[in-house]
Design a binder for this molecule. Structure first.
Ligand SMILES: [Mg+2]
Length: 267
């Protein structure tokens, strides 16, 4: 008798890891964990912007189980469970290096060199295929300089500029061209061998958007950005995939549980 396997690929912060803590939120996580334990056919991958060690600390803090895969650093690294720990996936690293134009993060740092007004973020924000900077104001005015230095080094990159209004500083991430969470989720689909209708992606914000529009089954947790919900509603109809996107009534882990039941991923 063959068992139908499912894969839940889920964002962490704002999806499985609640943004506000409290006994009720932790009970909801515990309820989801019990459902995972009762369903061995459900594989698990966490897809996060966090570095591996911070992702592990985050799941321990709220009591989430150890997954089959971690996708970290906004989709630029994949780790698989091996020998009781997690090892970087070698094939994925090769794909990242190729996407960067044959380079790694250290080469990217050297190619950019020093740019007035830009400083490297802390070491735990850096990854083999992700280089991250702070800027005192909005990062956009520095993009052209960075772009031209990287062009001279023949790097293929995706520059992601954003602004943190709380810390009042800019953030500039240098990623391999074409790489984000959606690329990693397609890779997991291939590696896991689950049928396409059995891969369920869960998320809450803009950095999940591309993965949510990749054609897989999707859970949008109840606490997700209103603008994202509206946008996904319109886009999914335009792309003919509206029935694949489930807007959960509940927030966080409870919304993920609700969505997994909707798609039949839990017995
Ligand atoms: Mg999130």
């Amino acid at each position: 008798m063959s068992i139908t396997r499912y894969l839940l690929a889920s964002d962490l912060d704002g999806t499985l890891i609640p943004l506000e803590r409290g006994p009720q939120r932790l009970r909801e996580v515990a309820e989801l964990v019990r459902a995972f334990e009762a369903n061995e056919q459900l594989l698990l991958a966490y897809v996060t912007g966090r570095h591996l060690s911070l992702a592990q600390a985050g799941i321990e803090e709220v009591g989430l189980p150890s997954p089959d895969w971690f996708v970290c650093d906004v989709g630029t690294s994949v780790y698989r469970q091996a020998n009781g720990g997690f090892e970087p996936d070698g094939e994925y690293r090769q794909a990242m290096r190729a996407a960067f134009g044959g380079l790694v993060g250290d080469d990217i740092r050297v190619a950019i060199g020093s740019v007035a007004g830009m400083e490297l973020q802390e070491e735990d924000k850096q990854a083999e295929f992700k280089v991250s900077y702070y800027t005192p104001g909005r990062p956009e005015p520095l993009v052209e300089t960075v772009q031209s230095r990287l062009g001279a080094a023949r790097a293929n990159v995706n520059l992601v500029a954003s602004y943190d209004p709380v810390a009042e500083r800019g953030l500039l991430d240098v990623l391999p061209a074409g790489i984000a969470k959606d690329y990693a989720v397609r890779y997991l689909h291939e590696r896991s061998g689950v049928d396409e209708p059995h891969l369920v992606y869960a998320g809450d914000s803009g950095n999940d958007r591309a993965a949510m529009l990749s054609g897989y089954r999707v859970i949008v947790v109840g606490n997700a950005d209103e603008a994202l919900k509206k946008d996904l509603g319109i886009e999914s109809v335009a792309q003919g995939i509206a029935e694949r996107i489930y807007f959960a009534e509940h927030p966080y882990a409870r919304g993920v549980l609700e969505g997994l039941r909707h798609f039949g991923a839990l017995r």
